[in-house]
Write a protein that binds this ligand. Structure first.
Ligand code: NAD
Ligand code: MG
Length: 402
């Protein structure tokens, strides 16, 4: 029987990669392996309409009622029910008959639907790391209660999942997350106060959405991933380390108490970890290219430079502070990244804005989704306040923040 799939964020980089993979895998065997039951996008209506035509889901969700109207008009007499907004996202996340929900919305917008899927016990293939950063404790407790399983799509955590198959967590000494280092690691001369969005978006090894590309350039992505790993594997932050590995071939490593390391390596193509999550607990033949080890020639490793990349240590700092602090870190980062992409602030302002918002926050226990969303809203307001005067000062390159 085909596995029923619902996809939150189907029009993004992860969503479209997943659908491409599903199409290829369905074409390989004797019958389709997956049935796409529900899709959710936001504003890219043409992409969503094309997906509805190709996959004929029972349900599709657009960002607003107006956009949903455009989708309805464009799909004509296809029977797909078109919904919209947060309620529509919840319908996609809790789609009856779905065996797996791919959570691939970017940012805090994915928290509530992902949480809804976890609460009803769905298997969730999790790409939306921000949801777990914001509400890790709640999400893991809800999964324990409902029996939901979280299968990480993020390549590092997916690698750890593979390294830990059949292993005992008590025998793990530490988790080692690899980082490509982003576009500036191998450019020590780059002025990290002034680099442009174009330079920051040019990732050396992965093609991804805009927000995560900037996060990779600041190394905030790795800070978020430290928090993500803490919750997925129930290992304290002090036993999670980061190493820069510019080839991005080893996707992460586990060091065991006896000094052995187990690592997972593979191509820099997100469809590999997506395939692992979609087919788990089985493995199946892939239509994708494997790594050519001989062409790779060498692999290198470096200690990350936290002076040039001050966002990285903020992940451990947020974990140590606990409670609502990771949600505050995430929200301030989302505001800062958006302001940078809109050229309202400089690249070097991103860590300063996040740090100042974290400095001003007194964390409360993250006891409910409401508490977390309140902290998220507070941090967005606080970050906006720091952004505004800096944005006014940004055109002048001689005055300001340094
Ligand atoms: P993207 O920007 O390409 O796509 C984001 C998706 O989220 C789109 O479908 C968009 O419509 C949807 N979305 C955004 N805001 C929304 C809202 N308010 N309501 C409903 N839908 C909304 O992002 P991406 O690169 O695909 O990343 C998605 C998630 O996966 C992120 O959390 C990212 O950190 C994670 N991730 C991505 C990659 C990658 O290679 N792209 C790798 C690892 C993890
Ligand atoms: Mg990653």
């Amino acid at each position: 029987m085909a596995k029923g799939i619902a996809i939150l964020g189907s029009t993004g980089s992860i969503g479209t990669s997943a659908l491409d993979l599903i199409e290829r895998l369905n074409g390989m065997g004797s019958g389709p392996r997956f049935e796409v039951l529900a899709l959710a996008g936001n504003r890219k209506i043409e992409v969503l309409v094309d997906q509805v035509r190709r996959f004929r889901p029972r349900l599709a969700c657009a960002g607003s009622e107006e956009l949903a109207g455009q989708v309805r008009a464009a799909i004509g007499d296809l029977p797909t029910r078109i919904v919209s907004g947060p309620a529509g996202l919840r319908d996609v996340a809790t789609m009856p008959g779905a065996d797996l929900v791919l959570a691939a919305i970017v940012g805090a917008a994915g928290l509530e639907p992902t949480f809804a899927a976890v609460e009803i016990g769905r298997t969730v293939a999790l790409a939306n790391k921000e949801a777990l950063v914001m509400a890790g404790d709640l999400m893991i407790s809800a999964a324990r209660r409902s029996g939901a399983r979280l299968l990480p799509v993020d390549s590092e955590h997916n690698a750890l999942h593979q390294c830990l198959r059949g292993e005992r967590v008590e025998e793990v000494r530490r988790l080692v997350l690899t980082a490509s280092g982003g576009p500036f690691f191998l450019r020590p001369d780059a002025d990290l106060l002034e680099v442009t969005p174009e330079e920051a978006l040019a990732h050396p090894t992965w093609v991804m959405g805009r927000k995560i590309s900037i996060d990779s350039a600041t190394l905030m992505n790795k800070a978020l991933e430290v928090i993500e790993a803490r919750w997925l594997y129930d290992i304290p932050g002090e036993r999670i380390t980061v190493i820069v590995h510019p080839q991005s071939t080893i996707h992460s490593l586990v060091e065991f108490v006896d000094g052995s390391f187990i690592c997972q390596l593979g191509a820099t193509d997100m469809r590999h970890p997506i395939q692992y999550a979609l087919t788990w607990p089985e493995r199946c033949a892939t239509p994708l290219e494997p790594v050519d080890l001989a062409a790779l020639k060498s692999m290198s490793f470096f200690t990350p430079d936290t002076r040039r990349f001050p966002c990285l240590p903020l992940g451990w700092r947020a974990l140590e502070a606990g409670g609502t602090m990771p949600a505050v870190l995430n929200a301030a980062n989302e505001i800062a990244v958006e302001a940078f992409l809109e050229r309202r602030i400089r690249f070097g302002d991103i860590p300063r804005i996040i740090t100042s918002v974290m400095d001003a926050h007194r964390p409360a226990p993250a006891s409910s989704l409401e508490v977390i969303l309140k902290a998220d809203a507070w941090a967005r307001g606080a970050a906006d306040e720091v952004v505004a005067p800096r944005a006014a000062a940004a055109p002048s390159r001689t005055t300001g923040l340094s």
